[in-house]
Design a protein around this ligand. Structure first.
Ligand SMILES: O=C(O)C(=O)[C@H](O)CO
Ligand code: MG
Length: 254
């Protein structure tokens, strides 16, 4: 059975973070994910998670100093010490909250030197946290210009080169559609590496069903392929969050 998480960095933005967890539980989600939870004291978030019983599926690394700054350092040559410091702090936060995955952001870079740097940093991180699941996510270059990891073949190459059991692909159907033009074909090629899935339709990055991605077929492919990880709703609601949740009942749960 497919399991759905609410990305509460995108959903219920008008509420305080702990109350977004409560809203996600009330709306029927099975988990939440938070991109950058670091401005909220971990015990406050933990209390809401414990009260609702919702697990935290994922957080992003790096932690603080992100706002207005770079989107990670993992692929930036010369920033290895910064990467390691950030990673240790993010890991402590992830452990305090019981976060399932830690999404390691590569940052702004290009070229083969950056790829070598990313591979070495990920090997270090995987070995530093052998019991923690790490993910990398290709992000389309229109939304995040200059971000290093912007292609699924590139991500596959990096994952294979890192060669650690605790690193996997974060497959965002919206980015897959925007990068390749065919999210389903992209899933067919790369889904076997996926540890975590995120969804939004394209164009617009709104609710599934609002754009061109065939989500019933996408969900059917996940089931057929035995995908048993989280599917996180990482979209900008077209209007009210609850009013846009029809897809959860109708499309995803049949
Ligand atoms: O932009 C996305 O799709 C993500 O999942 C990143 O984590 C953004 O920070
Ligand atoms: Mg995403």
């Amino acid at each position: 059975m497919l399991k759905f998480a609410a990305n509460i960095s995108f959903l219920w933005k008008d509420l305080a973070l702990p109350n977004r967890v409560r809203a996600a539980a009330a709306a029927g989600f099975d988990a939440v994910e938070v991109l950058f939870p670091y401005d909220t004291p971990a015990p406050e978030l933990k209390r809401a998670l414990d009260q609702t019983g919702l697990p935290l599926a994922l957080i992003n690394c790096p932690p603080p100093n992100y706002t207005g700054g770079e989107r990670g350092f993992a692929a930036v040559p010369g920033q290895e010490d910064r990467f390691r410091t950030d990673f240790r702090r993010a890991l402590r936060y992830a452990q305090a909250l019981g976060a399932g995955h830690l999404h390691v952001m590569s940052g702004p870079a290009e070229g083969s030197e950056a790829e070598t740097c990313l591979i070495a940093n990920l090997q270090w991180a995987c070995d530093f946290a052998p019991d923690h699941s790490l993910t990398i996510e290709p992000i389309n270059p229109h939304d995040m210009p200059g971000y290093f990891l912007n292609d699924f073949d590139q991500a596959a190459r990096v994952i294979d080169a890192v060669d650690r059991a605790n690193l996997g692909l974060q497959f965002d159907a919206y980015h897959a559609q925007r990068i390749t033009g065919d999210a389903l074909a992209c899933w067919a090629a790369h889904g076997h590496r996926a540890r975590h899935v995120q969804i939004a339709d394209h164009p617009g990055r709104h609710e599934p069903g609002s754009g061109e991605i065939d989500f019933p077929s996408f969900f059917a492919a996940l089931v057929a392929d035995g995908y048993d990880g989280w599917i996180s709703a990482e979209y900008a609601p077209a209007a009210d969050v609850e009013a846009g949740l029809g897809w959860l009942a109708e499309v995803a749960r049949g």
